[in-house]
Design a protein. Structure first.
Length: 462
């Protein structure tokens, strides 16, 4: 018995190590053997379901099996629902989530998963209505009210978000969290009078939301030095990637060359030909098109006029994508080798570069006529990218810079008199690499299809 237990623990450890190294194909082979040897082990059942899902293989039945070992496991239920969605069973996923939420109205991940399902499958009007039932079932749960607010705020539905705060305040009183949310609405809705009053009221508040409100309001209202004073001290903390992009904008507005030290477009942004033939690119494009099944992009994404895939496309099982992953990571290693020498305090260059390259996330974006990405950054990444797989004809694309990737352009809602400092023309088989803290977006194009694979690299760990 002890020998079997030791063998099981060894297998679990080996599988977990392979998963941490993102060697999912090898992990899946080992899992299949392990499950045969230990068919009643709940951990192996969970490993098998999750690994199948990450590889893009059918996983819903495996999640159902894994959940049977632990019916109250909320993570397994959420992942079961996600697998059902990916296999074209959105209605079944919705019923699963509703069933779990009926008994557990405070299940945050389930509420969010259901809202996301509603939004991406065409229900933008009532996508978050189920939060109402949850909040009124648990009116003293402050986190639930804030979660409902955040969902509506992501949709930029300021009247609905304010109504939720009014309801929350009737149950909870005027808490710091609710006041901060009101500040967020005032700043993002450009209600300057309310924003100024709330900024004074929250001057002693500390947290990323209140700090970003101060920074964004300062930039939009023409006092970039105030944004610098707020942001610069926060670049030494764990949320530093949130603040560096705004420092770049503020320094440019102040005409301070420190933005060049930070962004270095001539050194840290580069384009490479990945060497795939037209035939290879065509095959990859056909595969990627089959993965674009949502009716709308995820609510938190930058995509406008197109869709973005779920899961990490470069971790999938298809040989075409495995080959593409190898090619893209080889190009990434070359890009890293060309970067300037290590430099203390720089968000990109201060990082140890000798660790393994792991993917933080990878996805495909398919834009259609007049589609674009709003300027944004990737706070979870270290290096980011865009690899062009299929593009409109030059006639459909429109005159330059239509369809280009643009760097340094601020979010339009800030109303800043700053233009992108660099645009790069897309070409099939071209990979563009850039720091994750750099604002980047896509210029709208006239017509056709713009199909991209993008990925973020995790910050190396030595």
């Amino acid at each position: 018995m002890a020998q079997n237990e030791a063998a099981l623990l060894t297998l679990r450890h080996q599988i977990q190590a392979l998963r941490q190294e993102q060697r999912y194909v090898e992990a899946n082979v080992l899992i299949a053997k392990a499950v045969t040897q230990f068919p009643s082990d709940a951990v192996l059942a969970a490993f098998q379901a999750q690994t199948h899902y990450e590889l893009g293989l059918p996983a819903a039945a495996l999640f159902a099996r894994a959940q049977s070992f632990d019916p109250a496991n909320f993570d397994m239920a959420r992942n079961h629902a996600l697998a059902l969605i990916s296999e074209g069973q959105a209605a079944e996923a919705k019923e699963l989530l509703k069933r779990m939420l009926a008994d557990n109205p405070g299940w945050h991940d389930g509420l969010k998963a259901l809202a996301t399902l509603n939004w991406t499958h065409g229900d933008q009007a009532q996508f978050a209505d189920h939060y109402s039932e949850a909040c009124h079932a648990r009116p003293d749960d402050a986190a639930l009210w804030i979660a409902w607010f955040r969902m509506l705020a992501q949709a930029r539905d300021w009247p609905a978000a304010a109504t939720v705060l009014d309801q929350a305040e009737r149950h909870l009183g005027s808490t710091p969290a609710i006041i901060t949310c009101r500040l967020f609405i005032a700043v993002e809705a450009h209600d300057n009078a309310a924003a100024e009053a709330l900024l004074a009221q929250t001057a002693h508040f500390r947290g990323d939301v209140s700090s970003l409100c101060r920074i964004r309001h300062a930039l939009r209202t023409g006092v970039p030095h105030v944004a610098v004073a707020e942001a610069l001290p926060l670049t030494t903390g764990p949320s530093a990637p949130l603040y560096w992009p705004y420092l770049s904008l503020a320094w440019r507005l102040l005409k301070e060359d420190r933005w060049r030290w930070l962004d270095r477009p001539d050194q840290l942004i580069a384009a490479y030909d990945i060497g795939l033939s037209a035939g290879d690119l065509h095959e990859v494009a056909e595969l990627l098109r089959s993965l674009h099944t949502a009716q709308a992009p995820y609510i938190e994404q930058s995509v406008r006029g197109g869709t973005q895939t779920d899961r990490s496309v470069l971790l999938r099982h298809e040989p075409l994508l495995q080959k593409l992953k190898t090619t893209l990571l080889d190009c990434t290693r070359y890009h890293i080798a060309q970067m300037p020498a290590p430099e203390t305090n720089h968000p990109l260059l201060s990082t140890e570069r000798n660790g393994p390259l792991l993917i933080e996330g990878s996805w495909s974006v398919r834009l259609a006529r007049q589609g674009f990405n709003v300027p944004h950054t990737h706070a979870m990444g270290w290096l980011s990218s865009a690899c062009y797989i299929a593009l409109p004809s030059p006639q459909d694309m429109g005159p330059a810079p239509a369809g280009h990737i643009a760097f340094g352009g601020p979010p339009p809602e800030l109303g800043l008199a700053l233009e992108p400092y660099l645009t790069i023309k897309p070409e099939p088989g071209k990979l563009v690499m850039f720091p994750s803290t750099t604002f980047h977006g896509t210029v709208p194009f006239d017509d056709g299809e713009r199909l991209v694979v993008a990925f973020d690299i995790k910050r190396p760990r030595g």
